[in-house]
Write a protein that binds this ligand. Structure first.
Ligand code: 2RA
Length: 337
């Protein structure tokens, strides 16, 4: 059976990656429809070498669509997902709008694929935040073995997480500075070139940012556990690939060797942990891959059952597009008729 797929936000960084994932994973696509703002309508993209004209996103865009992959920002998702569902499509949404809705499953296929069954409630499945996805992929096998009680995470997030304009801004600022010219800041509140910004999204009452609270709340929903989570999310001058320093406290001891064993066979994980030989996860290795790389595994000797990990993944692929397409694959495999 072939499935008619709409990509909403097709001209964005994640939308373009969704299209590439559908192609490279040979998703059984019948008709494909690329939807974007009026500004992008008329652009010609491709699917499997054939031209596809980008159409303006309207409430009537979803006739005959089986699966709608959304990555066009929260406002578009909030406004148009219900129309897509109304037209008979299942929405897989990359925005944060529906993630904490109790009637919407928040899914990482390696962690909680069983929750996809709940798609029938609202016709929407939420794709988690990129920094959450890579962390739970790595922590799931450790949690199953030793029950994680607490997570302390600091992230080092690539500018591609903000989108195309941020990628351009970093390029432009580096070029300007190397030419001895001033760096212009239009996307971020401060210069990102050769700098680190401890702010992703806006600040909340409790002093955390939206990004940090996403990691706290989404992790607990996906892992279906009352784990204590605290996060500091930082934007760094890297183009692709989010890195995370993660400290966990577990109910029972996990030795480094046991952790390596568990991670070596964990779905979606690649162990990169031979520091003596300079082997550890880095964005330059993770970019372009769908795996979550884990290394720098060492006991946290300051507490009884503590472990430190370094986790890196491509934030546009596994952090967004690949995860969404993997959800769609399970959907057509096990649920849609
Ligand atoms: C970021 N996680 O990195 C957010 C959204 N992709 O900007």
């Amino acid at each position: 059976k072939l499935w008619n797929v709409a990509v909403v936000g097709a001209t964005g960084a994640v939308g373009a990656q969704m299209i590439e994932c559908l192609e490279e994973r040979n998703f059984p696509v019948g008709k494909v429809r690329y939807l974007a703002s009026a500004r992008s309508a008329g652009e010609i993209l491709e699917f499997k070498g054939k031209p596809v004209v980008v159409e303006e996103l309207t409430h009537d865009s979803f006739e005959g669509i089986d699966i709608a992959l959304f990555s066009a920002g929260g406002e578009r998702s909030r406004e148009f997902c219900p129309s897509a569902v109304q037209a008979g499509a299942v929405c897989i949404d990359n925005s944060s709008v529906w993630r904490m809705d109790p009637e919407v499953p928040l899914v990482v296929p390696e962690v909680n694929p069983h929750t996809i069954a709940q798609y029938t409630t609202k016709g929407i499945i939420a794709n988690p935040n990129c920094s959450t996805i890579q962390m739970v992929v790595a922590l799931k096998p450790l949690h199953d073995y030793a029950t994680i009680k607490r997570i302390v995470v600091s992230t080092y997030q690539a500018v591609s997480g903000t989108g195309k304009k941020a990628i351009e801004e970093l390029h432009d600022q580096i070029r300007a500075m190397l030419q001895g010219k001033p760096a212009e800041c239009t996307v971020y509140p401060h210069r990102i070139a050769f700098n680190c910004l401890p702010q992703i999204d806006s600040f909340k009452e409790n002093g955390y940012t939206g990004e940090e609270m996403k990691m706290v709340n989404e992790t607990r929903k996906i892992m279906e556990a009352e784990i204590g989570v605290t996060a500091t999310t930082v934007r760094v001058p890297v183009f692709y690939g989010h890195s995370e320093s993660v400290n966990i406290e577990t109910g029972r001891k996990i030795t480094v060797d046991r952790a390596r064993e568990l991670l070596k066979s964990a779905p979606g994980v690649e162990l990169a942990d031979d520091p003596a030989n300079g082997v550890y996860p880095m964005p330059i290795d993770a970019a372009g891959q769908d795996l979550t790389f884990v290394g720098r595994i060492r006991e946290d000797e300051s507490i009884e059952n503590g472990l430190n990990l370094w986790i890196v993944a491509d934030n546009i692929r596994k952090g967004a597009a690949t995860n969404a397409v993997q959800i769609a694959e399970i959907l057509i495999e096990n649920y849609l008729k």
